[in-house]
Structure formats: C-alpha cells, structure tokens
Design a protein around this ligand. Structure first.
Ligand SMILES: [Zn+2]
Length: 275
C-alpha cells in the first residue's frame, strides 16, 4: 500500500493541463504525489484517458502519481473510479450517524479492496465547502468515535476534523495537534489532513512531524494559483485583444500552479528549514 511508507501531498486537479503542472513540480522536486479530484470534476472526466495520461506522463517524469477520488458520497461513482483503476477512493459518510458511516465505509472496502484500491474515509465532519458538500458544524472529531470507527471498519486511511477547514480560512485555524498525537497512539493507519490550503509553512512542518500524517490535501491554493496565472498574463499584456496569445496565457497558468506545488513539495525535504 503506497501510503504506508511515506508522506504525500495530494493536489486537486481538474484537467490534463493541471495534471501536467503538478507532475512537472513533482519531477523537479523528486517526490511522488497524489492527484485527486472532487466528485463533481470526476463525473465530467474521460476516466480511461485520464488514467492513461497520468500513468504515461508520470512514468516519463520518473515519479509516481497516484489517482484518488476525494469526498464522494455516491457509491456508484466510487465503483466507477475503482473500475477505472483509480488508486484510491474516499467515501465521505461523515455526515451520517457513526453506525451508518461504519456500514457504508465497509461496503466500499468490500468493493475496492479485492481490486487493490485503497479506501479513505472520514469520521467527525470537516468544516467548509467541498464541491456541493457543505458543512457548517464547528467541530472536532470525538476520540471515542474515532476509536469505534477504526475498530469496526476496514478503512485503509482516514480523515477527521482537527480544526482545519475546506476553502479559504477566514481566521487563523486552531489545529488540534493533540488529536493527531492521540490518534497516532491508538492506530497505525495513515491519517489524512484536509483543508491544507492557507496553512503556513510552519503548520505544514508541524503536521509532517507526526509520522501518522501521510497525506495533506491542497485544493483551493492550486485554484488560486490558476487565477494568479491569469492575472499575471493580464499584467503582462497577453490578454489584450490585439496580440492575444493563448500559449503565453497557458504558460503563465502552468508556471503559477507548478510553483505552488513545488513550494509544498519542498516542505517534505527535512533538511530545508522554514522557521
Ligand atoms: Zn477534504
């Protein structure tokens, strides 16, 4: 199981160009990565083509890029990802009562595991907006719920509310490192941090100092980088109707996304000091 031996950043992608930008960053930094999509983006994708493209492009780059379907509540969609050789899938039933969450998570494990696909799950709902999945419940996952969930599911990895949030932060998040530490004491299962966009480098360094943190998700920040790429193109005059240059605009976007991903991947290098 790939996630058992190291720590990863998981970047949300939406098309082949964004895949290229992130894989180029991974190649430059010599780190393997996870490429993930929300359910909404996944639904619109040409699955076979994307699977082949990711495998081919990452092979050429000399790094591993794993494909993950993030935050999915639709079992049929999860099966589609499994059948199209995605490397892992996330069943998000954290909004349901714990017993139902356990049952649905196991149902997904029963389908995915025989096909060699990893399952991520969530216990204790993470705040913010991810696609149309909205959570406005301020909350921190309950340790007893986490314990019961882990004792009763076959999930490979899991996420829990620790004070991080999807989307952009309105105020400084209060990350509950103590929960991560407690989780590390009760299980060897890899822990996934959602809501990585907007955290400081020091936050990431601290998160990565916990060995059970194996996957940190970056979504909003890459979309902001895309936007910055367009703004940079405008500032350089590439969007003027006379002299409008598609390839130069694309290059600015590519560059902005690649740099953002490279900066995050650099945080995995222990010798670099960000204090
Ligand atoms: Zn998430």
């Amino acid at each position: 199981m790939f996630i058992h031996n190291k720590q990863y950043f998981a970047f949300n992608i939406w098309d082949q160009d964004s895949i290229k930008s992130v894989i180029d960053a991974a190649q430059k930094c010599s780190h393997d990565i996870i490429l993930q999509t929300s359910s909404r983006i996944f639904e619109k994708m040409e699955w076979k083509l994307i699977r082949e493209f990711v495998t081919d492009y990452s092979n050429r780059a000399g790094i591993k890029a794993y494909l993950h379907l993030d935050h999915c509540r639709d079992i049929e969609l999860i099966k589609t990802a499994v059948d199209n050789k995605w490397d892992s899938v996330m069943i998000d039933a954290s909004h349901l009562p714990l017993e139902e969450n356990i049952a649905i998570t196991n149902q997904v494990c029963d389908y995915a595991h025989p096909k060699g696909v990893l399952v991520e799950s969530e216990v204790g709902q993470i705040q913010g907006v991810e696609d149309d999945i909205v959570s406005d419940k301020a909350g921190i996952a309950d340790m007893e719920d986490i314990r019961r969930f882990l004792n009763n599911t076959n999930t490979d990895t899991f996420a829990a509310a620790i004070g991080t949030c999807h989307g952009l932060y309105k105020s400084t998040p209060n990350i509950r490192y103590d929960i991560i530490e407690q989780i590390g004491k009760i299980t060897d299962k890899p822990f996934v941090v959602h809501g990585g966009s907007g955290l400081t480098d020091m936050d990431f360094k601290k998160l990565l100092s916990y060995g059970n943190v194996r996957k940190i998700n970056i979504s909003t920040e890459l979309k902001q980088a895309y936007r910055m790429g367009i703004l940079n193109a405008e500032e350089k005059g590439f969007l003027k109707s006379v002299g409008f240059d598609v390839s130069k605009v694309k290059d600015e976007i590519h560059h902005a996304i690649q740099k953002t991903a490279e900066h995050k991947l650099g945080l995995l290098d222990k010798e670099k000091n960000y204090e």
